[in-house]
Design a protein around this ligand. Structure first.
Ligand code: C2O
Ligand code: CU
Length: 483
């Protein structure tokens, strides 16, 4: 990855600037094109032998041979030119999760582009805006659970908050067999409670069978930035530091209940968008959600970064280590979690910022009942239908749209909308400004949630549950924005 300055750009003008130059453009326009900073990124997708620190090697699917893929870090307003080269045995694409890119650059196979075939390349080109913490990942089949993902950070032109150091924490779960999650699922290492009745039940309910979805595999390793606890480097801090953590859940089917022992976390951004800072003890983070948090390093020691087991107080499993400079002891401090303030969208307040959905009356409301997975079925539905047989959502340009979700199933669903940030209905109670996100976790057992957005980005956009196994099991539909 390298940064191109104006002079270098001339070398690339033959590729990127050709259209612009061939037209008889006024000089001013050419000048502006040249003064734009361009970031050239190469992402080679291939099968690589990895070891996440369990002592056991397995074949993952990676970008540039790394698990996770390399961190892409750019400045707001720069132009990203990312070349994907496919060395895999099947097609692939890259989706820039959360970024409102032009539809053609969105990386959804068969919807916004044809899959990039083995041996082929594809150029993704778009402007890095708005600033924030994102994830880029494959959108093809089950490849997400094989390792094809990485962090994408867009730094703001002007940083509003000050901090002493910063870390990206990509949370991951692995089935450490060749081929990762999908292979583990095919080998029958399926989660408890998922019976073998699935296919049969699906047929008995008379549902069409557009594909044969896999069930969630049993994961045997969890960690941060490609390593399990014990194998990973510690996150080092100095007493007095204000530390920014960019926390990204890259897992295909794991929701984290994230805790840094000994430290509260102040949420400053949800899915890249700034909010009024809000302090929690534990961070609940669904698949593909991102939270930027600040941690004040005022409690020297060696601390576990860990995942709380649901409903079990402070027990859980460690993911990594927070270590203060100068601490020699190998003993971990005991966590002193005596209250449990958890993030809840309804407690958060948005702020005015660069990205906004203009306020206004709601033009259309769409209700979506989320269901499926009953009796171990691998099918998941929206309004009783399995993708691609789900109903399309037809929208006109600049209409203000509201989605209301009802979850009739026993699993939470992180619902993700492509191409837009949405306002989270229920948040912003005191400031009147709602928080913005691109993925909303809908709780199970009759849980609900609602979003609103202005259809400002034309095209056909994917909208789906970001549990990969639910998405592939049919919980998806198409949003068609007609201009
Ligand atoms: Cu993270 Cu449809 O994507
Ligand atoms: Cu789901």
């Amino acid at each position: 990855m390298r940064k191109l300055k104006r002079r270098d750009f001339l070398k690339y003008a033959g590729i990127g600037g050709v259209l612009l130059l061939s037209k008889a453009t006024p000089l001013g326009l050419i000048e502006r094109a040249f003064s734009e900073d361009v970031r050239e990124i190469k992402l080679n997708a291939s099968i690589t032998t990895v070891n996440v620190g369990t002592g056991k090697s397995f074949k993952a699917w990676t970008y540039n041979g790394q698990l996770p893929g390399p961190e892409i870090r750019v400045k707001e307003g720069e132009k990203i030119r990312a070349v994907l080269k496919n060395y895999l045995p099947e097609g692939t694409t890259i989706h820039w999760h959360g970024l409102p890119v032009p539809n053609k650059m969105d990386g959804v196979p068969h919807i916004t582009q044809s899959p990039v075939q083995p041996g082929q390349s594809f150029l993704y080109e778009f402007k890095a805006t708005p600033p924030g913490t994102y994830i880029y990942h494959t959108h093809f089949s089950y490849q997400l659970d094989q390792g094809l993902y990485g962090p994408l950070i867009i730094e703001p032109k002007k940083e509003e908050r000050s901090y002493d150091r910063e870390y990206t924490l990509m949370l991951e779960g692995w089935a450490t067999v060749d081929g990762g999650g999908p292979e583990a699922s095919r080998m029958g290492r399926i989660s408890p409670g998922m019976g073998m009745m699935g296919g049969m039940m699906g047929m008995m309910r008379g549902q069409p069978r557009p594909r044969d979805p896999l069930r969630e595999p049993l994961y045997d390793a969890y960690g941060i930035n490609g390593k399990v606890f014990g194998a990973s480097a510690s996150f080092k801090v100095r007493k007095g530091d204000k530390v920014r953590l960019r926390i990204i859940n890259a897992s295909s089917s794991t929701i984290y209940t994230f805790r840094v022992a000994g430290h509260p976390l102040t949420i400053t951004h949800t899915d890249g968008r700034p909010i009024v800072p809000f302090e929690v003890d534990v961070l609940r983070i669904g698949q593909s959600e991102r939270y930027d948090v600040e941690l004040y390093a005022n409690n020297p020691g060696r601390w576990h970064i860990y995942n709380l087991r649901d409903g079990s107080g402070v027990s859980g499993w460690p993911l990594g280590t927070l270590l203060y400079e100068g601490v020699e002891s190998k003993i971990y401090n005991n966590d002193n979690l005596n209250r449990l303030r958890l993030n809840d969208y309804n407690l958060l307040e948005g702020v005015e910022e660069v990205y906004s959905n203009p306020v206004g009356r709601v033009d259309k409301i769409f209700r979506m009942t989320l269901s499926g997975g009953m009796m171990g079925s691998p099918y998941w539905t929206i309004n009783g239908k399995v993708y691609p047989n789900t109903d399309n959502i037809d929208i006109q340009e600049n209409e203000r749209i509201r989605f209301e979700y009802f979850n009739m199933s026993m699993m939470p669903h992180p619902m993700h909308l492509h191409g837009h940030f949405f306002d989270v209905v229920g948040s912003g109670r005191s400031t009147g400004i709602r928080i913005k996100k691109d993925t909303l976790l809908i709780p199970p057992h009759m849980g609900s949630g609602a979003i609103e957005f202005v259809a400002s980005n034309p095209g056909t956009w994917f909208h789906h549950c970001h549990n990969l196994y639910h998405m592939e099991g049919g919980m998806a539909n198409l949003i068609k924005i007609i201009f």
